[in-house]
Design a protein around this ligand. Structure first.
Ligand SMILES: Cc1ncc(COP(=O)(O)O)c(C=O)c1O
Length: 403
């Protein structure tokens, strides 16, 4: 961007925005294939859980190096089922990150266990293995790790820790389909891994998710718990292959995915590698452009990591600016750039803060990150020109508020 454009009047002060139309944080890309598969499903006479849901679960398992995959209606459902299938119950503790979505903590409460919330690492915003180690007690029953933005957490330290204490690892890979850790796909090393296909995710069915595991017994329990506790093949009971007879073997939930949505996922999977290729290209452009702005810290990729790049979170060097993060976002909004913040830390939400007695002083890294974090738009339908618009807007706002 030229110096004069960078110093042009801010849109918030009546100047011309960097782009005429609003660029959202993310837009799903639903192609002709997805539309065709959905229409075929609607015409098929079978619109709830069936062969598409099965296929989607199986294909995600194959892709992620797990033996089993269960398609469900959200990652939240997958995480809840994971804890239930592992037998986590009242009196148990489950450790998770403060820099995550509420779902991670809600599901711990839903099985009656106590969430134990830990601080994060400053570079990846993933949960800090040292804080996890310090939080383990005789009541700890599982680790619920989060792969923030698509960057796997530090499993080189977390897996040995879990093994030492005999703890299962439930990996929240809502952001991390397609990521790898030490060359191994996310989904291949944790006890149970949950993927999200929510509307904003790097593969979407609108609402949906998959739980994968390589443990046969856990896979069986996940399947039963996902559909009222009915025995495994009860979903077939209205088909010629099924039987009217079924038995409830445990109190289950209703987390199954409909075939209509699974059909979207199957179409998306065909295009997923292409989606990820474009994401990586856009990230390379962001890295290059933003690398010249000292007020901006770019997201990192640690050695041995294949990043899924679901999010592109920057951190503002607020000490070098005369405005705070909230105002920065407001100015980008005026320039027609959509952003978000991932996440409002768990310890700042009134329910968790009050019920778990979480004091912000116990989360110095997450508090520091929260003052700075801004997630920039990133999605495969975004053009390189769109990335340049975002970078121009960031440059423009920084130039006006440099201290
Ligand atoms: C880190 C994380 N975990 C879990 C979820 C829940 O995903 P879903 O909407 O599929 O339940 C989200 C959703 O945004 C998330 O960001």
């Amino acid at each position: 961007m030229s110096a004069s454009r960078a110093h042009a009047a801010l849109a918030s002060a009546g100047g011309t925005p960097v782009r005429p139309e609003y660029l959202p944080l993310t837009v799903p890309w639903i192609g002709e294939l997805e539309k065709r598969l959905v229409l075929e499903t609607l015409d098929s006479g079978w619109i709830t859980t069936g062969r598409h849901a099965q296929e989607l679960g199986r294909r995600i398992a194959e892709r992620t190096g797990a033996r089993h995959g269960l398609a469900v209606n959200s990652a939240t459902g997958a995480l809840h089922l994971a804890l239930a299938a592992l037998g986590v119950r009242p009196g148990d503790e489950v450790i998770t990150s403060t820099d995550t979505f509420a779902a991670c903590v809600n599901v711990i409460e839903h099985v009656g266990a106590t969430p134990v919330i830990v601080d994060i690492e400053p570079d990846t915003f993933n949960l800090d293995p040292e804080a996890v180690a310090a939080a383990i007690t005789p009541r700890t029953r599982a680790l619920l790790t989060v792969d923030y933005g698509g960057h796997p957490a530090d499993y080189a330290r977390l897996l040995p820790l879990a093994e030492k204490h005999g703890l299962p690892v439930v990996e929240d890979a809502a952001h991390a389909l397609g990521a790898t850790w030490q060359g191994r796909p996310v989904g291949s090393y944790a006890t149970i891994t949950a993927f999200s296909f929510y509307a904003t995710k790097n593969l979407t069915t609108g609402e949906g998710g998959v739980a994968v595991t390589s443990d046969d017994a856990l896979a069986e329990r996940l399947g039963i718990l996902s559909l009222h506790g009915l025995n495994r093949d009860a979903w077939k009971r209205y088909t010629a292959a099924g039987s009217w007879y079924y038995e409830v073997t445990m109190p289950g939930f209703k987390y199954n995915l409909s075939d209509v949505l699974a059909a979207i996922g199957i179409g998306q999977l065909e295009r997923f590698d292409e989606f990820q290729r474009i994401r990586h290209e856009r990230v390379a452009r962001y890295h290059q452009r933003l690398g010249t702005i000292p007020e901006i810290r770019r997201p990192v990729t640690r050695p041995g990591i294949g990043h899924a790049w679901h999010l592109y979170p920057i951190a503002l060097e607020v000490e070098r600016l005369t405005v705070d993060r909230a105002r920065f976002i407001q100015e980008l909004r005026a320039e027609n750039i959509g952003t978000s913040v991932h996440f409002i830390p768990i310890h700042r939400h009134p329910h968790f803060r009050d019920s778990l007695g979480l004091d912000a002083a116990r989360f110095p890294v997450a508090e520091d990150v929260y003052r700075r974090a801004v997630t920039l738009p990133l999605f495969p339908r975004m053009s390189e020109r769109d990335v340049d618009d975002v970078c121009d807007a960031v440059e423009k706002v920084v130039a006006h508020f440099r201290s």
